[in-house]
Design a protein around this ligand. Structure first.
Ligand code: PFF
Length: 447
């Protein structure tokens, strides 16, 4: 086998892993979940769960990945200890690869909408009102064209490999994302109405902490850190042995949670500024609008009402959403592509195009049966499959993998970790607490 690529630097890895983690889940999902779940109370629970549950699960993936230096299926087989666990590794690996592909199939549709709205902002600036209208109206033609465009962007980056594709583009796009995000926050916070939004976002109502809120926060934390499906495992497999995994994992968790938090400083005040301009921001049931209507109706009211400045602000917002989607989607496509490129005779480029084409077909199928399939695929993958896969990966690390090998892997790049807090607590934590906590929350949500 040809020698395997690696991230060229620590920064490259952090940018790529943070790029995977930071996506629509942070900029859209987190703020709106916060608003509909009691404001700062949700933020608090989310932060606790992100560090106490999602971070240990992230570590499980990174450690398996770097040890096995392979795609998710081969990696799980590699740490198996007998026939049964080998087969289990194959099954869990397959389940992860299918889930990552299905997540990409709906994510590409939503990201396509972001591209369409981005182009619409450009057309508005140019005064092309007919094209503008078409770009913002929901139609099969628009949806499929922009989904295809987004898939082509994703494919073209992944076909270039780890350093020339994933690392290069994550390192370019992530700083740009942060600059746009901060610029937009400053602009929105000086508008009338923003302080009301800030109050909703930052003042906790502890009475709202209930099982539903905890489950929502857990689901959000898992989705946001891209857990369960093998994305972080494969990124870990491209990491050098000189790096300390616990420190890098903590950096990624911190950056992801931090960006989610500051995205809330943009979105919630922006909703309340839009209210000043006449946008309807509550549903009939009195809840703050959170779904697609928020991004595609409430915020555009805000942009339109600001005149020519609003056109540029709108453009910057949809550029931000498109970048966030792209750095996440490349990490999803890498999961099946790494499997195909490592386990079949296909080259990386061939594997990327073939798998990209399959995912395009699945997305098309979803678009053709939108009402029946769109919500179903989202629930199937993010509500059910991600937590189940998270538990299975913890079981692999805690119960199946030989403990000495696990400890040896943790020590690489960070020998002084031996005897420290992480060393003493994490192996037991991931063996008992993580699976039990995830399962408890999961069963509660399903029942
Ligand atoms: N973490 C991404 C977000 O917050 O939008 C979503 C995601 C990326 C989920 C990669 C799963 C994945 F494998």
């Amino acid at each position: 086998m040809a020698s395997r690529e690696q991230f060229s630097s620590k920064t490259g890895f952090v940018m790529a892993a943070a790029g995977s983690a930071i996506g629509l889940g942070n900029i859209w999902g987190f703020p709106t979940q916060t608003a509909s779940n009691g404001g700062a109370a949700f933020v608090l629970v989310y932060f606790v769960l992100a560090f106490c549950l999602a971070y240990p699960a992230l570590m499980a993936e990174l450690i398996i990945g770097r040890h096995a230096r392979a795609n998710v299926m081969t990696a799980l087989r590699g740490i198996s200890t007998g026939k049964f666990t080998y087969r289990l590794g194959t099954a869990v690996g397959c389940y992860g690869v299918i889930t990552a592909s299905l997540i990409l199939s709906f994510y590409a549709i939503v990201a396509g909408w972001m591209l369409a709205f981005l182009l619409e902002s450009v057309c508005q600036i140019l005064g092309w009102s007919d094209v503008s209208k078409w770009l913002v109206s929901f139609s099969f033609e628009r949806n499929i064209i922009f989904m295809a465009l987004f898939m082509m962007l994703t494919i073209s980056i992944i076909a270039k490999g780890v350093t020339g594709g994933i690392e290069k583009w994550s390192t370019r796009l992530m700083p740009l994302l942060i600059v746009i995000l901060v610029g937009l926050i400053i602009y929105v916070l000086i508008q009338d109405g923003a302080s009301e939004g800030l109050r909703v976002y930052l003042l906790p109502e502890f009475s709202q902490i209930n099982p539903r809120l905890i489950i929502d926060a857990m689901g959000q934390a898992f989705f946001s850190l891209s857990l369960g499906v093998g994305t972080m495992l494969i990124y870990g497999s491209y990491l050098s042995e000189e790096e300390s995994l616990p420190a890098l994992g903590a950096a990624v968790t911190l950056v992801d949670a931090g960006i989610a938090f500051i995205a809330g400083l943009l979105i919630i005040p922006a909703i309340y500024v839009a209210k000043q301009y006449g946008a309807e921001i509550f549903t009939d049931a009195g809840q703050l609008i959170a779904g697609p209507d928020l991004i595609f109706q409430v915020l555009p009211v805000l942009f339109k009402s600001m005149g020519s400045v609003g056109m540029v602000v709108g453009l910057a917002f949809f550029v931000l959403m498109s970048i966030a989607s792209l750095t996440s989607s490349i990490s999803m496509l890498e999961v099946p592509v790494s499997l195909a490129a490592e386990e079949t005779a296909a080259s990386r480029v061939q594997a990327t195009w073939a798998i990209g084409a399959i995912i395009f077909c699945i997305s098309t199928l979803i678009l053709l049966n939108f009402d029946a399939l769109f919500g179903f695929v989202i629930d199937l993958t993010t509500v059910y499959s991600q937590p189940i896969l998270g538990v299975l990966l913890c079981i692999f690390v805690g119960w199946i993998w030989h403990r000495d090998n696990l400890l040896a892997e943790i020590k690489k790049g960070h020998p002084e970790i031996q005897g420290g807090f992480f060393w003493k607590v994490w192996p037991t934590y991931v063996r008992f607490f993580c699976p039990v906590l995830i399962m408890t929350a999961f069963i509660q949500s399903v029942v």
